[in-house]
Write a protein that binds this ligand. Structure first.
Ligand SMILES: [Zn+2]
Length: 408
């Protein structure tokens, strides 16, 4: 299975078979449209295609799932992206007068990428990812998911593995879809606690009068656990000199920094856990230093968001179930409960799925017309997640409709 890793890129033939026989266009349609019959949520929605040779085609729109499928099979893109719902059909954009064509609705989206954890993860570097560093993503997902549900009241959250080393979140609640760019920006600002600084990471600046905002205070217990598991045990972030120097930068007491540094220099093998306990012993009696310890926990474990993705309604985001062009892995939706134990290498690649299709062909009666080929492949559990999510959205839309039909 792993022999395909980083060695083979999906060919146009492979991609075409994938789109023809496996890509769940119907589920994508239901998810975006919230109803069976086409609404503007689908018909005025932008699709952008990336073709072989990085040709980029924007402002496509379609009336039905079949129409989308037909076009995808014709263009055979390496991937495609989903944009907002506009005030008119994107394909008519050229005929519109300027100013009459604007984004009006859009899922609230978030992107968490391993790139933003490169300065602290110790197991892999570059494009690599493993089960260990996935822990950063998993922990970020827990915190963000709970903040968005409990503090913002959103319920229609879909998490999608990006196919390489990150995860996307699509929120389809009506209230989220209607957010303006201004509101999105404010929200992201509120959720962005840890700035992705390249260097010079000093203490955080999130307290007012020494106190944390309530959302962070609520997350702190969870973050403490992640800190021990992930930073101290799994990643051993403070074991190397580079790692502990980074930690020392966040301690606002130069005398103490000196003492700790000379202790750690004399014991090069000292574990991250022991070093943290050195900090704790010498800091916990002082209220200010105790605050610094909390800030370090937040700095290392709080979700790091790619803010630009979330701020603007017209930011395009790769569609679920696309194939990552360099890994061949499918961008699959994930259940929240799956995310903690998720192993990116367990996600089916397009090559593996086509092999599975071939195996079916051998065992099935040649004359059987398969209704949905994906039903018999390892893509099925992921499509089931999407179907269930889309069904929830459709239920909600039906309820809303009933309400507006009977209230007047
Ligand atoms: Zn790793």
């Amino acid at each position: 299975m792993s022999s395909n890793e980083n060695s083979e890129k999906p060919s146009p033939e492979v991609m075409l078979t994938f789109y023809r026989r496996l890509y769940p266009f119907k589920s994508i349609y239901h998810w975006l449209n919230h109803e069976h019959a086409p609404t503007r949520l689908f018909t005025q929605r932008e699709f952008a295609f990336t073709l072989v040779g990085d040709v980029y085609l924007r402002y496509n729109s379609f009336t039905t799932a079949d129409e989308l499928k037909k076009q995808v099979c014709q263009l055979n893109p390496t991937r495609f992206e989903i944009g907002p719902v506009y005030s008119a059909r994107p394909r008519d954009k050229k005929t519109m007068r300027p100013g009459a064509f604007n984004p009006i609705l859009r899922e609230l989206v978030f992107d968490i990428d391993m790139t933003d954890y490169d300065s602290i993860r110790t197991c892999c570097s570059g494009a690599d990812i493993c089960k260990k560093c996935w822990g950063f993503i998993a922990s970020a997902v827990q915190v963000l998911d709970s903040a968005l549900r409990n503090e913002f009241g959103y319920q229609k959250l879909l998490w999608v593995y990006s196919g390489r080393r990150g995860i996307h979140l699509w929120i389809s609640d009506k209230e989220a879809m209607e957010l303006t760019d201004q509101q999105r920006k404010a929200m992201v600002g509120w959720l962005t606690v840890v700035q992705n600084r390249k260097e010079g990471s000093k203490s955080l600046n999130v307290r007012t009068g020494g106190k944390l905002p309530p959302s962070l205070q609520n997350a702190l217990d969870f973050l403490r656990h992640s800190f021990v598991d992930l930073i101290l045990h799994t990643q051993e972030c403070f074991k190397s000199e580079e790692g502990y120097e980074e930690l020392l930068k966040a301690i606002p007491d130069s005398l103490l920094v000196k003492t700790l540094r000379s202790k750690w220099e004399s014991k090069p093998g000292r574990s991250s856990e022991d070093k943290w306990s050195d900090c704790f012993k010498s800091m916990s009696a002082d209220k200010n230093l105790m605050t610094a310890l909390e800030d370090i926990i937040i700095q290392y474990t709080y979700p790091r968001l790619d803010a630009e993705v979330s701020k603007h309604r017209n930011h395009l985001l790769k569609a679920p179930f696309c194939v990552h062009p360099s890994t061949g892995r499918v961008c699959v939706p994930l259940d929240l409960e799956m995310i903690e134990k998720f192993d990116p290498k367990s996600v089916p690649t397009v090559f593996q799925l086509l092999e599975e299709l071939d195996a079916i062909r051998v065992t099935e009666d040649q004359n059987t017309e398969l209704h949905s080929d994906w039903e018999k492949t390892s893509l099925k559990p992921y499509i089931d997640i999407m179907e269930k999510h889309a069904f929830d959205l459709m239920q909600e839309a039906r309820k809303e409709k009933l309400k507006s039909d009977t209230s007047w």
